[in-house]
Design a binder for this molecule. Sequence first.
Ligand SMILES: Nc1ncnc2c1ncn2[C@@H]1O[C@H](COP(=O)(O)OP(=O)(O)OP(=O)(O)O)[C@@H](O)[C@H]1O
Ligand SMILES: [Mg+2]
Length: 338
Amino acid sequence: MNADILKRVVRAIADGSQNDLDRLADKIVESERLTGHVRLAAQLEAILKQPRPKRPSASPIPPIADIERTLKELPLSRRHGESLATLLTTDALEHHMVLPKAIEDRFARIEAEYAARDRLRTFGLKPRKTILLYGPPGCGKSLGAKRLAWSTGLPLMKVRFDVLISSYFGESATNLRTIFIAAKERPCVLLLDECDFIARSRTNSKDIGEASRIVNSLLQLMEEYDAPGLLVATTNVESSLDSALFRRFDDVFMVPLPGPMEIGKLLRMTLSTVRLAEPIDWGALVEHLSGASAAMVVKAAQDAAKAAVLSGRQVVTQANLLQAIAEQRRTNASAHEE
Ligand SMILES: Nc1ncnc2c1ncn2[C@@H]1O[C@H](COP(=O)(O)OP(=O)(O)OP(=O)(O)O)[C@@H](O)[C@H]1O
Ligand SMILES: [Mg+2]
């Protein structure tokens, strides 16, 4: 077998790409036949034709051993030996989301590309792997990362910036690199949650502190990113996202405030486990919640449901809901005043 084919076989094994292996096996048979090893070629062909054990063609679930390894070996900070990330396994993840269709499609496309990653690779194409989610608070950026982990079957590795950012010169960058190495060795969704400094630091040319050093090393690490899993960064900063950022991420999109239709769906979804007193004026509730974040809508519905359960009636009324919404509005208003 020539060195080129041998290298490609080993690479396909390392990548776990069955499609590449299948194509290479055909190539090997052909090459043996051409070099006159007709009997060997026929034997190899017969082996390839044998029925194979059934397995999903592009299984979104990484091998259990990989997940177990990820759980055991979280990267540690250089100086204090503290864990640089927390890890959530797939079954522990909240993942039901209500989104406008255009945004739902963006998430679904990432999931579809990940599931078809082997097939894409045979055409020299890569799935979207690095994603930046931005938008107002409480609308599903962190939840979006959990959902992506859930639907790809990957564990979620959330970076702990409190441990990562060190006052020692250059150490934050070293810690960040350690995390990227860990993510390369073990498939996961690497979550850089609330990293507003990505967006801010580059627009502030006076910032020459540790934050801007981290941004620079992050951007560099992103440029070289070739881990098997996904990377999701989130930020609240809505305006002034640098075009350099858009270039470095495979996908950048906003997770917006829910519109009237989404507010209605969020209410119904959250109240699906309790009984409702008829009639509920959904239109009026949606109007009262206009401009609210998804988190606020969910919280108001949960509070109304809890109040009904505690009252012993177990039935949620329009009055329960209106009261919970008013309370959420008051809490939100005083939070903004502070
Ligand atoms: N689009 C959504 N669909 C369903 N539930 C949602 C959605 N967005 C938010 N929620 C609910 O609100 C909670 C908080 O949302 P999440 O933490 O994802 O917001 P965020 O955008 O990351 O906010 P922040 O900017 O404050 O970090 C979720 O755990 C979920 O219960
Ligand atoms: Mg968040």
